[in-house]
Design a protein around this ligand. Structure first.
Ligand code: HEM
Ligand SMILES: *[C@@H]1O[C@H](CO)[C@@H](O)[C@H](O)[C@H]1NC(C)=O
Ligand SMILES: *[C@@H]1O[C@H](CO)[C@@H](O)[C@H](O)[C@H]1NC(C)=O
Ligand SMILES: *[C@@H]1O[C@H](CO)[C@@H](O)[C@H](O)[C@H]1NC(C)=O
Ligand SMILES: *[C@@H]1O[C@H](CO)[C@@H](O)[C@H](O)[C@H]1NC(C)=O
Length: 328
């Protein structure tokens, strides 16, 4: 009798233990896989189909979409604030200087309108951006990852809050600080910087490295001098319109080339070069450069899930916007 009691007590304890672990696993900031399984079962399939239509026609859109998700998450958390338009009384993130080349809003809008037709008022703009980003990256040979969903949309977007973004001239101390402030690790920093394996940059984002690094008409000594010559041919002083490919060999393909470039001192921004200033980030750069990005795809998938959890609104917080550019 006593052993039976003891056994059932033990059993009960195990159940409580399992429930506790399940609770922890679910406590992913309130997000979970397949959040829309019951309320909008086709949400992810529809998102993928529409994203595919756009990316197959314009593969270069994957880069600004990925960057849009990054900006969304770093400013006020992944709450779709980057999608909101300015109003009479408020200048939104979109219209801050740091928006520079953000584009691809039409993809988000197309998905949103399809989902509003199918299941009105259910799927948030913040989730749509996270899903579209994942789909777009995977369509240009990048990794695929499961996106936990359940984000809700914020009601505010403030241009001045783009100061939370790391600047392209940031040194390693500043970069680590900006990422830590969002709950991201040094590994997340070096892994997510690998997003610069796709896309383009305006000359103005790195011009000082070419022409006036310390205010004496000099160049950044951490930049490969041969590459300086090449970049100076593309970018005249004061050029605000020319776009330069960040990974010139394959700027439309999501591969591990970024680390080869950075190791050769050909990263475009000081923030890219800064990854060689710290032992942990430097050893990651070298590892990927020497092994053709052996673990980059897997690491990127993990870090994107981490980034996608920054400051999310869940439960009853925020709202589900009807149109991604406006609060309800
Ligand atoms: C580590 C700190 C980072 C800094 C300082 C930084 C800075 C920049 C800058 C200045 C540009 C060029 C903007 C322009 O002149 O048009 C750029 C482009 C880009 N960034 Fe970053 N970034 C960082 C991290 C990230 C992260 C975490 C992601 C995504 C996970 C990302 C994705 C991109 C992409 C895809 C582009 C190309 C956009 C396009 O082709 O339109 N960046 N970044
Ligand atoms: C929101 O603003 C963008 C420009 O930033 C504009 O192109 C777009 O038409 C606006 N959206 C709506 C629905 O007014
Ligand atoms: C970005 O901001 C500039 C001015 O700060 C604005 O003219 C431009 O329309 C904005 N871009 C987008 C896509 O909203
Ligand atoms: C890094 O940048 C910060 C702020 O931009 C500056 O205060 C600091 O002195 C810099 N650190 C190094 C080691 O250059
Ligand atoms: C270089 O920087 C210095 C100091 O900021 C400034 O006085 C000078 O005008 C700049 N030169 C050019 C060519 O931009």
């Amino acid at each position: 009798m006593a052993t039976q009691k003891l056994a059932s007590l033990f059993f009960l304890q195990q159940i409580i233990h399992v429930l506790f672990i399940l609770h922890l696993a679910n406590a992913d900031h309130g997000l979970k896989l397949g959040f829309y399984q019951k309320t909008c079962p086709d949400a992810e399939a529809i998102t993928r189909k529409i994203t595919h239509q756009h990316i197959s026609r314009a593969p270069t859109l994957a880069a600004p979409l990925l960057r849009m998700h990054f900006h969304d998450c770093f400013i006020r958390g992944c709450d779709g604030s980057v999608l909101l338009n300015s109003t009479k009384n408020n200048q939104a993130e979109k219209d801050a200087f740091a928006n520079l080349s953000l584009r691809g809003y039409q993809v988000i809008d197309a998905v949103k309108s399809a989902l509003e037709n199918k299941c009105p008022g259910v799927v948030s703009c913040a989730d749509i951006l996270a899903l579209v980003t994942r789909d777009a990256v995977s369509m240009i040979k990048g990794p695929f990852w499961d996106v936990p969903t359940g984000r809700r949309d914020g009601r505010e977007s403030v241009a001045s809050e783009t100061r939370d973004l790391p600047p392209p001239f940031g040194n390693i101390t500043l970069l680590k600080q900006k990422f830590a402030a969002k709950g991201l690790s040094v590994k997340d920093l070096v892994v997510l910087s690998g997003a610069h394996t796709i896309g383009t940059s305006h000359c103005s984002s790195f011009e000082t490295r070419l022409y006036n690094f310390t205010g004496k008409g000099d160049t950044d000594p951490t930049l490969d001098p041969n590459y300086v010559v090449h970049l100076k041919r593309k970018c005249q002083p004061g050029d605000t319109t020319t776009l330069v490919k960040m990974d010139p060999g394959s700027f439309r393909t999501f591969d591990g080339d970024y680390y080869t470039l950075v190791a050769k001192r050909r990263g475009l921004f000081q923030s890219d070069a800064a990854l060689l200033e710290d032992t942990e980030t430097k050893s990651y750069v070298k590892l990927q450069a020497n092994t053709y990005g052996s673990t980059f795809a897997k690491d990127f998938a993990e870090s994107m899930v981490n980034m996608g959890k920054i400051g999310v609104l869940t439960g009853k917080a925020g709202e589900i916007r009807k149109h991604c550019a406006f609060v309800n």
